[in-house]
Write a protein that binds this ligand. Structure first.
Ligand code: NAD
Length: 517
């Protein structure tokens, strides 16, 4: 273990999460079904090798699917409130292990320890939500047009749900899916990002312990490891009726086609290009907090990170100055150290993408007003720490249209009415999160109207970044159209059945059709 890992108790955290023998990938909880090659997990915090994890081969995958399919047969017979009780126990275990899991998230992914804890809190919150939901998976009843008939609809479990997740929310996205899928009566097979495999193993160990304590098959929660090739096993597998995939638009297009070609369902949570509109009636102090946190939090690696600020020309200079001043106060460094605001990017490829974006915006005629750049020297040995950058740009620039998963903020100017800002905000292919900062009620309502923001999330006087689990989460256009987490997102994990019961001695046909024999 590296000095930083020792100082911040990473070894102890791994032990508490049931990850013991970390050099040959054999004792990581997924041992039964992992015989493929080893992948290495490096921390972007200090560049140290944390562990080697064995990947899932095609043969292993087939065993996983047998186990999951068998577990589904048992799990679906358990009444939903009893399934909720298991999710309650899982949430309780997460409460007990919040600190070690939050620490591992921070060390393996690079987000701040506070954000790591926040991510585990989201898991706990969705478990609480799912427990309540387990008593509310209700359908409708309708009046039949035929006398002596009763008609209603009910929801049944779907089967094996495949989950493919991204590196930037290495544990919460799985929980958003799995907590709902479990109370719905489904079992889950999860492929976490190959960049954060230990987070996946830690979650699997926690879930496995709960299932074991309740004499339930571990196959209710299955883990498979590896890169996109392992994800492809699931997208092509007819035994998986629903694939929930979180990641880039590029990945989503491939996954959507593969799943659709076998008429499966996919739930897609893809990239964003989120903007905050700053109106002449904005509270500047709130705007600066929302915009800066949105742009640099998680080093700009949230799907909901603020990428564009669309500022009215009348306050453009004031807002620009306030944000540039705030950027000067940012402390960049080890994310486990709570005094730092900004941690590293996930890897050196991400650094290259960031550098490429900065060159491109200048090539296209933009101007860097906070220059950014790679940090080097003591504390930055991993080569993944960059300075958050700000560029004045135009929405039409190719690079502005594109999601760069790094702390690069584009300032765009609008004039006239809020409709002009909304047109800029909607003028990208992505449609995840959006916000307006204004104290003008009419403007706010126009932004939220049918002619307003075209995104899945539209906020007033809150930034774009983050979301509460109680609402349905997801985005439109190339963000993929999926919804997960709260509200009625649970319906995607179930199949709907319409039932009609005839309690007469006649067989009247619908629409008054006569069929005399
Ligand atoms: P990525 O697309 O590179 O990988 C995501 C996951 O997909 C990984 O597990 C990867 O192995 C898998 N994968 C890649 N190609 C695949 C294929 N052809 N078939 C099956 N699986 C495949 O994304 P990333 O770099 O890990 O994450 C960053 C991206 O995720 C950003 O675009 C971000 O906006 C997006 N994201 C979106 C949301 C959301 O809710 N909308 C949440 C988090 C991240």
């Amino acid at each position: 273990m590296s000095d930083i890992a020792q100082k911040f108790g990473i070894q102890e955290a791994l032990e508490l999460l049931g990850i013991h023998d970390i050099n040959d990938g054999t004792s990581t909880g997924s041992k039964h079904f992992s015989s493929g090659e080893l992948i290495e997990s490096y921390s972007p915090v200090d560049g140290a090798l944390i562990a080697k994890v064995r990947t899932t081969s095609a043969k292993d995958y087939s065993q996983v699917m047998d186990t999951a399919t068998a577990a589904f047969k048992a799990w679906r017979t358990k009444p939903a409130p009893q399934r909720g009780e298991i999710v309650r126990q899982f949430g309780q275990k997460l409460r007990e292990l919040k600190e070690p899991l939050g620490k591992l998230v921070s060390y393996e992914m690079g987000k701040s320890y506070q954000e790591g804890l926040g991510e585990v809190q989201e898991m706990i919150d969705i478990c609480d939500f799912a427990v309540g939901l387990s008593r509310q998976l209700h359908g409708l009843t309708m009046h039949s047009e035929r006398p002596g008939h009763r008609m209603y609809e009910q929801y049944h479990p779907l089967g094996v749900v495949g989950i493919i997740s991204a590196f930037n929310f290495p544990v919460a996205v799985w929980a958003w899916n799995t907590a709902l899928a479990w109370v719905a009566g489904d079992v889950c097979v999860w492929k976490p990002s190959e960049k954060t495999p230990l987070c996946g193993i830690a979650c699997q160990n926690i879930a496995a312990e709960v299932f074991k304590a309740n004499n339930l098959p571990e196959g209710i929660s299955c883990l498979i490891n590896g890169d996109y090739k392992v994800g492809v096993f699931m997208t092509h597998d007819k035994r998986i009726p629903l694939v929930s995939a979180t990641g880039s638009i590029r990945m989503g297009k491939i996954v959507a086609q593969a799943v659709a070609s076998r008429l499966g369902k996919s739930l897609l949570e893809l990239g964003g290009n989120n903007a905050i509109i700053v109106s002449p009636d904005a509270d500047i102090k709130m705007t600066v907090i929302g915009a800066v946190f949105g742009a640099v939090g998680t080093a700009g690696q949230r799907c909901t990170s603020t990428r564009r600020l669309i500022i009215h020309e009348s306050i453009y200079d004031r807002v620009k100055e306030a944000i540039v001043t705030a950027y000067k106060q940012l402390r960049i460094g080890n994310p486990l150290d709570e005094k730092n605001h900004v941690g590293p990017l996930i890897d050196t490829d991400a650094v290259k993408n960031y550098q490429n974006a900065l060159s491109k915006v200048v090539e296209e005629g933009g101007k860097l007003i906070v220059e950014g750049g790679l940090l080097e020297g003591k504390g930055y040995e991993s080569g993944c720490y960059v300075r958050p950058a700000i560029a004045e740009a135009k929405n039409s620039f190719e690079i502005v249209q594109h999601e760069t998963f790094a702390p690069v903020l584009y300032l765009l100017k609008y004039s006239g009415e809020v409709e002009n800002a909304i047109e800029i905000q909607n003028g990208v292919v992505q449609g995840l999160s959006s916000a307006i900062m204004t104290n003008n009620l009419r403007e706010a309502e126009r932004f939220l109207s049918a002619q307003g923001s075209d995104c899945g999330i539209a906020n007033v006087n809150i930034g774009t970044s983050g979301a509460e689990i109680g609402g349905a989460f997801g985005g439109e256009k190339e963000t993929g159209g999926g919804r997960e987490s709260g509200s009625d997102a649970w319906k995607v994990y179930m199949r709907r059945q319409t039932n009609t019961i005839n309690y007469t001695t006649q067989l009247p046909l619908a629409q008054g059709i006569k069929f005399d024999i």
